[in-house]
Design a protein around this ligand. Structure first.
Ligand code: FNR
Length: 457
């Protein structure tokens, strides 16, 4: 029996059957009590009506209502108790992947699926993870690893580890604290948070959470005045770089969003665009976000615009969404300060390679002129190490942040970042590396470099 079917059986036996029985008994009791009371009142009326002019009616409706509300409360408690027996709690989880099950349990289906899904067949989504598992280690031994330094510098900013937070839209759907929690948890971990253009908190609000190094992710709208205003606001609010997303002239086809007719819940807005009357997604017959992108995002965006962006801001520009050597060379010529090898968490073009497979090609083309970062499928400290061994200067994580946020707010994200940090530190120790500089290409082997030439000592 598979793990999944065992889980379903456990859920059925622990949960659904007793609940059904309980519900049936409770409904049956309410109906019986109602019939009994009704009979009693009728009898009393018949007995006393000749003697008194009006008999006060028994408050059957309020009694039944109160009974029903207590019954629903009991059901709720029972539901939570039973679920916690089969679902791991945040306290119990031991790796970042486990946050997803808790998030799935807590969030409405439309929201969970918006966060989780990839484009079309979701091949690249699976491959983002699978590809990491095909890269193996060549650890070095008998090296004194009693001191390990995880710190690094990104665009001149010193951070505690090479693990940063990717931009993910609409975080208040995951938890009421949304981007505030992400900003605080990232700052507490001493790392960089990237705020999405489509955040449910504005650049100013996120800046008000306190100190922290933050980047701003930019979607370029057809109306360039909106872009100019937004970039200037981010700059004024103290954001340190622009991550220009270049893989989204149109939104990828995420079928769960189409089926769920995804839209932003009515109590939330895309806060950066609120004053511009562009803060809401319309309800449509398919994905509300796809319609929004088609209406607002400039699909004529091209390399000239990377240069144009440099005329409106002095912030360094990271080009997010590069997967080839050709585009790496053009990005450098266009003045990019860095590159993020990304397939947008496999949410845009399906059947692009896993980012870890595209990384080395980009690193080689960059020739050390600008730093190369990676996101997509990073779930373990070993993944971080593999990316660094293949030449990345650091990695970003997307879904682990939204899922840990949904599970336990700021504390959840802090825990996710800490777990990845601990795992990465352990990987370094077990591979014989005491600083990021000591992580080399020789510490990993990939499918494309076998048979291996043994490095000379
Ligand atoms: C994203 N991503 C994203 N990228 C971006 O440039 N702007 C955005 O607003 C968003 N929003 C967004 C929402 C959600 C729910 C996800 C999952 C992803 C892509 C994101 O920055 C990053 O590239 C991926 O999430 C990295 O992959 P993993 O870590 O999620 O596997």
């Amino acid at each position: 029996m598979t793990c999944e079917s065992r889980k379903i059986l456990t859920l059925l036996s622990l949960h659904t059957l007793p609940l059904l029985l309980f519900q049936f008994t409770a409904v049956f009791s309410i109906v019986s009590i109602y019939i009994l009371l009704h009979a009693l009142v009728t009898q009393l009326n018949t007995l006393f009506s000749p003697h008194i002019s009006s008999f006060p009616p028994l408050p059957i409706a309020p009694i039944s209502f109160r009974f029903l509300t207590s019954y629903i409360k009991v059901l709720d408690i029972l539901d939570h108790t039973l679920k916690s027996e089969v679902m791991p709690s945040t306290m119990e989880i031991t790796n970042v992947t486990e946050f997803e099950a808790i998030a799935k349990e807590k969030l409405p289906k439309m929201i969970y699926e918006y966060y989780a899904s990839g484009a079309e067949d979701q091949w690249s989504l699976k491959e983002n993870r699978n590809a990491f598992s095909r890269i193996l280690f060549r650890p070095r031994i008998l090296i004194d690893v009693s001191e390990i330094d995880l710190t690094t510098t990104v665009l001149g900013f010193k951070i505690s580890m090479p693990i940063m937070v990717a931009p993910t839209a609409m975080q208040k759907m995951a938890h009421p604290d949304g981007e505030y929690a992400t900003a605080r948890a990232s700052a507490a971990a001493g790392t960089i948070m990237t705020l999405s253009s489509w955040a449910t908190s504005s650049v100013e609000e996120v800046a008000s959470t306190g100190p922290g190094i933050r980047f701003f992710q930019l979607y370029v709208y057809k109306d360039r005045n909106i872009v100019i205003q937004l970039v200037r606001r981010a700059e004024r609010a103290g954001f340190k770089a622009i991550a220009l997303t270049v893989d989204t002239p149109l939104l990828g086809r995420r079928e769960a969003d189409i089926k769920n007719r995804f839209t932003l819940p009515s109590h939330l807005t895309l806060k950066n665009f609120e004053g511009l009357n562009l803060g809401k997604l319309d309800k449509t017959s398919d994905s509300g976000l796809a319609a929004y992108v088609a209406g607002q995002v400039d699909r004529s965006l091209n390399w000239k615009d990377v240069k144009w962006l440099q005329t409106i801001t002095s912030l360094p520009i990271l080009v997010k969404g590069v997967l080839t050597a050709e585009d790496t060379r053009i990005a450098i010529q266009s003045g990019a300060a860095g590159i993020i090898v990304s397939n947008h968490g496999a949410r845009q073009l399906d059947y692009v390679p896993a980012t870890i497979m595209a990384l080395e090609e980009v690193v080689k083309a960059a020739q050390g002129k600008i730093p190369v970062f990676l996101d997509g499928g990073v779930r373990r400290g070993t993944d971080v190490f593999k990316a660094l061994a293949l030449g990345a200067s650091g990695v970003f994580i997307g879904r682990p942040v939204v899922f840990s946020l949904a599970a336990d707010g700021e504390a959840g994200i802090r825990k996710a970042l800490q777990m990845l940090r601990d795992e990465f530190e352990l990987t370094m120790a077990l591979s014989g590396c005491r600083s990021l500089k000591e992580i080399t290409r020789d510490h990993v082997m990939t499918e494309w470099d076998r048979p291996r030439v043994v490095p000379r000592l």
